[in-house]
Design a protein around this ligand. Structure first.
Ligand SMILES: C[S@@+](CC[C@H](N)C(=O)[O-])C[C@H]1O[C@@H](n2cnc3c(N)ncnc32)[C@H](O)[C@@H]1O
Length: 391
């Protein structure tokens, strides 16, 4: 049997994670992988597309392209959408749907209006074909469509529309292990991407002295121990008319079989330690680590970061301390960062620190010089993932 042909896919990723995401997706078998802004373009056959949903840690979503067409305005959009796919197959009226839109082209500047235009084109076509239409379901639709409009460039490509299917439905940062969240938690995919930037491979200790609900450590442990992120959730693609249940089961079994109690080469995972001042937040970290199946590998302690004592061998420190926007007052925080800098220099010589900073004034109080600065965005806040080599 000929293998099913690959299709074009866009992985939507957090800004700043394009490069590690491209590396992750290529390693999972995607071809023609190309980092873009906040996205990675790739090609995938159905098996690879399923594998990406089950195993990729960094993307928010995968958009499978149905059609790309010139779009100079509402009429082009309406007609282009009706021609974009074999809708008799993809959207019979018993399936519900939702349309999301981004970008602008040909005077279509309001995403809400553009999405409405797509919806109208589809329900008009359905009425024509079947005399009835799908219902729109914003919360849990069978099919999630995504429209991206691009205005084109002077002398280059003209305005264009790309219509895609969202394979996840709900954002892939939701793995399903995190019922409990502290204040200002990191999204799981951002945490996984920050860990990927550090290059930590599980062979040296990892510590987070401001661990909150534990997201950085849990994502790190899951990656080191081969726990696939997509095994505890549903995906929209499971409801698509071309869903291949046998292929999905096969890819799911492969993903399940990756889970280990050691690193891939059988070596033990190095110690992972977290510290958090608030007892109730630490309890959330424990609950989450247990739900993710990695509680046995993460030592979670209650305490103040000033009293933090790292494991013996030098390793990697990661942290997302409060930075004033959502927690605490700036004065206290300056003192906290000053104390953190002193603690690190006294006790963590030889370690590498990666700190997520949303406030340069505070990181100045560390009195240390960053050797790398990766711009990232945390919930819309412009941040830097800063690397310090502690002497
Ligand atoms: C921005 S949150 C970390 C969120 C975490 N990355 C997550 O995803 O849940 C900062 C955490 O540091 C804790 N914290 C604040 N001051 C601290 C201190 N002096 N020692 C230890 N933890 C502290 C707060 O209680 C909060 O949970």
């Amino acid at each position: 049997m000929a293998s099913p042909s690959p299709f074009d896919v866009i992985a939507v990723v957090p800004p700043g994670l394009e490069e590690p995401a491209a590396a992750e997706l290529a390693a999972l078998g995607a071809s023609a992988v190309r980092p873009l802004r906040r996205a990675v373009a790739l090609r995938a056959d159905p098996a690879t597309f399923y594998r990406l949903h089950l195993q990729a840690r960094l993307p928010f979503r995968f958009l499978r392209q149905l059609a790309r067409f010139p779009c100079h305005g509402r009429e082009d959009l309406y007609e282009g959408v009706q021609r974009a796919a074999d809708w008799e197959r993809w959207l019979p009226p018993q399936l519900s749907f939702r349309v999301e839109a981004s970008g602008s082209a040909g005077g279509l500047n309001h995403s809400h209006y553009s999405a409405l235009q797509v919806k109208n084109a589809l329900v008009d076509l359905q009425r024509h074909l079947w005399g009835k239409r799908s219902s729109v379901d914003l919360d849990d639709p069978d099919v999630v469509l995504h429209l991206h409009l691009s205005p084109g460039r002077p002398g280059g490509a003209g305005p264009e529309a790309v219509l895609s299917l969202d394979g996840g439905g709900a954002s892939l940062h939701r793995r399903g292990y995190r019922a409990a969240m502290g204040l200002a938690p990191l999204k799981e995919n951002l945490a996984a991407g920050l860990i990927a930037h550090t290059g930590w491979d599980g062979r040296v200790p990892l510590a987070d002295p401001f661990c909150g609900s534990g997201t950085l450590l849990i994502e790190a442990a899951c990656r080191a121990l081969g726990r696939a992120p997509g095994l505890e959730r549903d995906f929209s693609l499971e409801r698509w008319p071309d869903f291949d249940a046998a292929l999905w089961t096969q890819e799911r079994s492969v993903a399940v079989a990756l889970a280990r109690h050691t690193l891939a080469d059988g070596q033990p995972l190095a110690p992972i330690v977290g510290m958090e001042r608030e007892a109730n937040v630490l309890a959330m970290a424990r609950t989450n680590a247990a739900a993710a199946g990695v509680a046995d590998w993460i030592d979670l302690q209650q305490g103040d970061c000033r009293d933090f004592r790292p494991p013996d061998a030098p390793g990697v420190l990661v942290c997302n301390p409060p930075y004033g926007d959502r927690l605490g007052a700036d004065d206290d925080l300056e003192a906290l960062y000053g104390d953190l800098g002193r603690m690190l220099k006294q006790r963590c010589g030889g370690w590498t620190l990666w700190l997520l900073s949303g406030n340069p004034a505070l990181t100045g109080a560390l009195r240390m010089k960053a050797s790398r600065r990766v711009p990232v965005s945390n919930g819309g806040i412009d941040c830097r993932w800063l690397r310090y080599d502690i002497r």
